[in-house]
Design a protein around this ligand. Structure first.
Ligand SMILES: [Zn+2]
Length: 164
């Protein structure tokens, strides 16, 4: 106990002025975002959105995994999503390291073998994004009426560069 005190205290302050109570869980702006876990990315702010506007799915690299597809199918059919943005970013560790490099670094940090841990590294970010966009648009449960865009977010300028 105690390790989370600063955060719990901040949460009490947050709850003092809580405006999201009784709010439904749909995406009010009709937007779903798949992006990287990178702490330099603020997915709502970078699109001018606010809490309640979007469904957000994050993982290392912002890749379309089976879990991401599951989230998008639910978003499209049950949660008001009609636009999907897939947003990997510049200077992403998943795109600048090899699987063996990540296994080596994690292994060194953990002080034990990490060669069994899978990391979804990307060798060509734009090619991977193209493949991910195809995985979304070709999904049988995601209809053509849903608009799907692929972007690279520049962590140094804050700008999105649309690729697809
Ligand atoms: Zn990243």
């Amino acid at each position: 106990m105690g390790e989370f005190d600063d955060l719990i205290s901040a949460n009490k302050t947050f709850a003092d002025d809580f405006g999201l109570g009784g709010f439904d869980g749909v995406a009010h702006a009709g937007v779903a975002i798949v992006t990287c876990m990178d702490s330099r990315i603020d997915p709502l702010s970078m699109l001018g959105l606010k809490a309640g506007d979007a469904k957000i799915f994050r993982n290392p690299g912002g890749r379309i995994t089976n879990a991401a597809l599951e989230a998008l199918v639910l978003g499209v059919h049950l949660l008001n999503v009609n636009r999907i943005l897939v947003i990997p970013h510049t200077r992403c560790a998943m795109a600048s390291s090899s699987q063996s490099e990540l296994r080596e670094k994690v292994g060194a940090s953990a002080g034990q073998d990490a060669s069994w841990q899978h990391f979804h590294v990307v060798s060509d970010q734009v090619a991977a994004l193209a493949e991910d966009i195809r995985a979304v648009t070709s999904h049988p449960l995601i209809p053509d009426s849903v608009k799907v865009g692929g972007f690279i977010y520049d962590v140094d300028t804050g700008l999105l560069d649309q690729k697809f």
